[in-house]
Design a protein around this ligand. Structure first.
Ligand SMILES: [Fe+2]
Ligand SMILES: [Fe+2]
Length: 195
């Protein structure tokens, strides 16, 4: 069996980024939360897919701009993507980098990784689960996280809506442009806030 935790750790260490350990702990925690929610909410998702999407969702976090540029060229992606907020790069290019380096081609896993930061309208359950687990994993400390975490264990769609609502407010507060996918997501999910 392939040890993805080891692979992730080695990639992070190799990046030389001083924050690698925190990100590694976060990745394990997202994976743990996703597996727990899958079980508690009886989502019925394939455990192996949940595990892989969870452990690898931030796989491309410490890759370089140069590398992202190469991925854009190699896969004929829109160069416009390189104008996005750099915090989104690991999600936008992660699926290609994971396919490239690890040979994982499962579309459900890769799209959950693609949308884990921005969200999108009408997500699959795996996409919702990874988007949500990224936000409510146990190391996220604060009222806004705690509140969404509580909802997460009863109603996944309402929790996703609540996370998006927090995310949109946060981005507005810090005067950051809201990525189109997040706007689409919020527009779609806000109806679940009322339930
Ligand atoms: Fe991320
Ligand atoms: Fe993450």
């Amino acid at each position: 069996m392939i040890d993805y935790e080891k692979i992730l750790k080695e990639k992070y260490v190799k990046s030389g980024n001083p924050n690698w350990e925190e990100r590694y702990i976060h990745s394990l925690a997202v994976c743990k939360m996703a597996l727990l929610l899958n079980e508690k909410l009886c989502l019925g998702l394939d455990k192996n897919k949940v595990y892989l999407a969870g452990i690898l969702h931030d796989y491309a976090k410490f890759d370089t701009y140069d590398y992202y540029q190469k991925i854009v060229a190699k896969y004929n992606l829109s160069s416009d993507l390189l104008n996005a907020d750099k915090k989104l790069f690991h999600a936008l290019f992660g699926p290609y980098i994971i396919y490239e380096e690890l040979g994982i081609s499962d579309k459900e896993i890769l799209s959950a990784i693609r949308y884990h930061t921005t969200g999108i309208d009408n997500m699959t359950t795996l996409e919702e689960l990874i988007f949500l687990s990224d936000y409510v994993e146990e190391n996220r400390i604060g009222e806004e996280f705690a509140q969404v975490r509580e909802i997460a264990f009863t109603d996944i769609k309402k929790a996703v809506a609540s996370e998006l609502s927090n995310l949109v407010s946060h981005l507005k507060n810090i005067n950051k442009e809201i990525y189109i996918d997040t706007l689409k997501a919020y527009d779609f999910y806000k109806k679940y806030l009322e339930n």
